[in-house]
Design a protein around this ligand. Sequence first.
Ligand code: NAP
Length: 432
Amino acid sequence: MTDFFLRECGVRLASMPTPRFHKLRPPGEGTAIQTQDGRLAVPADPVIPYIRGDGIGPEVITATREVLDAAVATAYGGERRLVWWRILAGTEAEEPYGELLPPDVFAAVRHYVVALKGPLTTPIGGGYRSLNVTLRQELDLYANVRPIAWIPGIPSPLKHPERVDLVVFREATEDVYAGIEWAAGSEESRKLLNLLEKHYDLRVKNDPALGLKPISEFASKRLVRKALTYAVERGRRNVTLMHKGNIMKYTEGAFMRWGYEIAVQEFRGDVVTEEEVRDQHEGTPPEGKVLVKDRLADNMLQQLLTRTAEYDIIATTNLNGDYVSDAAAGLVGGLGVAPGANIGDHAALFEPIHGSAPKYAGQDIANPMAEILAGAMLLEYIGWSEASHMVRGGVSRAVLEGDVTQDLARQVEGTTVVGTRAFAQSVVDSLL
Ligand code: NAP
């Protein structure tokens, strides 16, 4: 029997009709997670669609499924289980569908609400939009959430890596990632340049390529709202609006301004701004309030190194978010250890920060930790916190055992190199 629980209020829901897929057969078992009024209704046997991905994707996904299944079994003694359902995207989709991102993928994630994803390769060459960017935009997964915290035992270039405990909220539908750009010398570029000259008296030299950077009030505010909600609910200390508004005043500068607006209009009782701290609180934020501040992107990147402990949640635009999360991941072991989630109002897709690392594909040497930790985020998102904590604990203990994959082993003496499968097994053996 299906044992639904609503994450906050415990309501039973009628099941939604399964959509018609073109080439996928819906899973013969399990129940779809549903959303109601922005909340999740999670059955005891949720169907979790998963995309294995390209390059190292299949290996890290297999490792992750094994760890998650073991954690769920241990945490709930057989009363709950994840029903995995493979859906095809990237290279795997090319032959059956004739395209890399078939409509079945979007339909499956929309219907089953929560999915796990391995990295997808973006084919090099003109005309290809990144598959990952397309997934986020088409499914309106507007918040790319990337927690970056140090796990003891993992090598770091910092003297105090324990001071890194960040969550980056990166807007994921706009900015230069919207893919509105034209090649140098193209007809489209020339038309736009002519338009700029004719109507705005703007002369741009050297016949350049052109790109647009859309940043809207709507998208900026909903992203910052998500970051502030997270900070308030989790009792985090501060939210930094990272931007480059000194140069791009109407895009990056507006992002900052809209961010502050949301903070004081919708979170007034819970937040204090840096200006208010200076002018009204003698430089010390009042107890229990989330401090909202902003930093220019260039300064933010250096302050992460020099004043690491002062940053907690970072809310930012798409390109800044990409840079800052990879840079921060480098402080705590690199891309192989950093998980992420793409969260919208109706669906969520969990994945590592890293890409498909093709040079390591099929060799059982890729680090599966980022994908496993993305799986832990998925468990937490569906309210299965016990299993999620168990996975995180298992990863920490496996690292402390000193058995790590080559990307980490090469940075520290005294560790033993293990492969992808062996590391996953070590995590499973370390679940408590
Ligand atoms: P990448 O795949 O993340 O790999 C960059 C480097 O990071 C690797 O050469 C390796 O470093 C290290 N690395 C990444 N993941 C690792 C892991 N699990 N274990 C050990 N080391 C790991 O980035 P890329 O080479 O720039 O991109 C490759 C493809 O992935 C591209 O097509 C890109 O578009 C795509 N991509 C996809 C996503 C996504 O699916 N969300 C994200 C980023 C990129 P060393 O060489 O130092 O060992």
